[in-house]
Design a protein around this ligand. Structure first.
Ligand code: MAN
Length: 372
């Protein structure tokens, strides 16, 4: 057990609970790079993880980079046509920057390609820690807006129907798509709900004053920062009432980008928001804030320090080191089990009591009130 600076977080002894080795590649001669950043839902007596699986063709020749993209020229009804297409790049090309394992950039820092393509795969469990994972992709990317993959799903249970917000990635940018399911077997695409560049969307689990709400994270270029916003909708498809919610904090752990992590958790004192923040070194930690129950665009309290930082070896090293990235929790009588992507590599889980976190938030609320 590692005691973080603020509250007691218990890392499951069997962590990580899902690793790339547990996933069967979708195509012959492909390899799984990561099984991480999973959406979380409780369905009947099962815990469901909608796992982001990142894959690529096996890189047999060290001089070449094989970049996978969705084959959008595929014709419906022609099962013989490949679902994916591979772009071949020369690793010695002096115009290309291969230094970030996640992306290939030009020398001006523009992203040209991702090094892998992600799809979503269902994993089911009755005990919350041992999972049976679909042998085949459950949801593959679809169409030109998902040419580079679908990532980081967050699942919200609204009256027995599950609404999933996810990043739809393509050469047009990162947009936000929505799909729904009632059984985690068949999924229905509901279209794009936010244009690029936006990501990290989490729907609130109930309506507030008759409207649906979501957290979202635009990524402004040139002017503005990647910070958290909130919006409302009459039907979950058409979004308006955009308000700035929470910003970066200079020289702190969340001074470079922040975004929703888990689906908001309703408590007596407000909506508990567990969010990710990264610093200049791309170290991703998890922080907590509290939003007003009736007016969720109002931040009541925000903790100064993260409640969890990357410390275990599977968090500090992996495909992209020093990352903990949570998309969901299961809460049961004041006890939270949080599932998170570790180092863009595997999935791990922790448990913690909500009350100590709430009491820290109440204290930071009092400090805030005393200052103002
Ligand atoms: C971004 C997203 C996440 C990823 C982190 C860390 O925020 O692409 O999917 O986990 O970066 O690489």
């Amino acid at each position: 057990m590692i005691i973080d600076k603020t509250i007691e977080i218990t890392r499951f002894a069997g962590n990580p609970i899902i690793t790339p080795k547990d996933i069967k590649p979708s195509f012959p001669d492909w390899e799984v790079l990561g099984a991480f950043n999973a959406g979380v839902a409780q369905h009947g007596d099962e815990t469901i993880l909608l796992v982001r699986v990142a894959e690529r063709p096996v890189q047999a020749d060290p001089r070449k980079a094989l970049v996978p993209v969705l084959n959008c020229d595929r014709v419906e009804g022609h099962a013989d046509m490949p679902v994916m297409r591979t772009i071949e790049l020369d690793r010695n090309d002096s115009e290309l920057d291969f230094s970030d394992p996640r992306v290939i950039r030009d020398l001006e820092g523009n992203t040209l390609y991702l090094t892998s393509i992600s799809h979503l795969r269902v994993a089911r469990s009755r005990d919350g820690v041992s999972f049976e994972i679909d042998e085949r992709p459950t949801v593959l990317p679809e169409g030109p807006m998902e040419r580079w993959g679908i990532e980081d799903p967050r699942i919200t249970d609204l009256n027995g129907k599950y609404y999933i917000a996810y990043s739809a990635v393509s050469d047009k940018g990162v947009a936000v798509g929505m799909m729904t399911t009632e059984d985690f077997v068949s999924f229905r695409r509901e279209g794009m709900i936010l244009a690029p560049t936006n990501k990290d969307v989490a729907f609130f689990p109930e309506t507030i004053g008759g409207s649906y709400y979501m957290l979202h994270r635009p990524v402004p270029e040139g002017l503005g920062e990647p910070e958290m916003w909130i919006a409302s909708s009459p039907d979950l498809k058409h979004w308006g009432g955009h308000r700035f919610l929470m910003g970066l904090r200079s020289k702190k752990w969340d001074d470079t980008r922040i975004g929703a992590g888990c689906v908001p958790i309703k408590t007596e004192d407000g909506w508990l928001i567990l969010y990710h923040g990264a610093d200049r070194d791309n170290r991703y930690c998890l922080g907590a804030a509290l939003l007003d129950l009736q007016d969720p665009g109002r931040v009541i309290a925000r903790m100064d320090e993260p409640f969890m930082t990357p410390e275990a070896d599977y968090e500090t090293s992996g495909f992209f080191q020093n990352v903990i990235f949570a998309c969901g929790t299961v809460v049961n009588v004041g006890q939270a089990i949080m599932y998170y992507g570790a180092a863009d590599d595997s999935i791990a889980c922790v448990s913690f009591e909500l009350e100590p976190l709430m009491s820290l938030l109440r204290r930071s609320e009092q400090r805030g009130a005393a200052r103002s």
